[in-house]
Design a protein around this ligand. Sequence first.
Ligand SMILES: *Cc1c(COP(=O)(O)O)cnc(C)c1O
Length: 293
Amino acid sequence: MQLGNLLGNELYIKRDDMIPFSFGGNKVRKAVLFFEEIDAGGYDTVVTYGSGSSNHCRIVANMTAARGMDCIIISTDRESDSINRRLVEDFGGKVIACDVEKVAQTIDETMNELTGKGKKAYFIQGGGHGNTGTRAYDLAYDEIKYYEDAEGIRFDYIFLASGTGTTQAGLVCGKRRTGDECRVVGISIARGNPRGRQVVIDSIRDYTGSDDSADVFFDDGYICGGYGKYDADIEETIVETMRKFGITLDCTYTGKAFTGMKKYLAKHEIAGKRILFIHTGGTPIYCDWIRNR
Ligand SMILES: *Cc1c(COP(=O)(O)O)cnc(C)c1O
């Protein structure tokens, strides 16, 4: 949908936060495809990894609960008072906490233990990273194309919050596949370059076999101190976007990316363009923020 003018550009937003399951978001889009594989494979347990405030873990726990399956969350956060963690617990997800350097080992041990007990467990990488997650946003690009065709427009830029970069990788693949020429700009919410950008390139290569990286733009200029960190500009953007449009942004992902997008447009003196912001979800994190403010 169209939102209005932003620094002399026409701003549109794709509301993936409105996907109708468990507060929506990009993790639902990815999980739907992971669970196609899980449902087809006769699994009884899903194991995944995420932080104490992870949207991905909430969605996976909700999807397993809906199926009566077991869910195990490996996390470096033993305790968290976030709404997402609270929901994971309500869904019956079991949290196994470990130190950050023991994550890979804990995942292996947990998977082996489940196999030893005669369970059939499926592992989803943190954030729904991997080809299945990439495919979710390659396919999502068709919705963007459909919208462009219906409205008779083309987007010049697409902005989004980039974490593991899977969502961005999928969008770049979709853009290439449909022949669109817009610039997809991932605003990093945590990772610095060159690694952040390289992970996006690696995801594209894993998925398509192509090493092409000329259209991979991963900007680490708006990280604001790291994952989950935010400043007054981000808070102001969140307040303003809620007041003006009734749209929730959060300080870890979408609020950071939206603020980064504004600064990017100003810095690069971009005007007179059509810009699409992908709202990747995270409403429970907005609620944590407004409640504790
Ligand atoms: C996980 C997440 C992202 C980042 O997605 P990646 O595919 O890991 O880059 C962005 N926004 C929200 C709300 C998320 O939960």
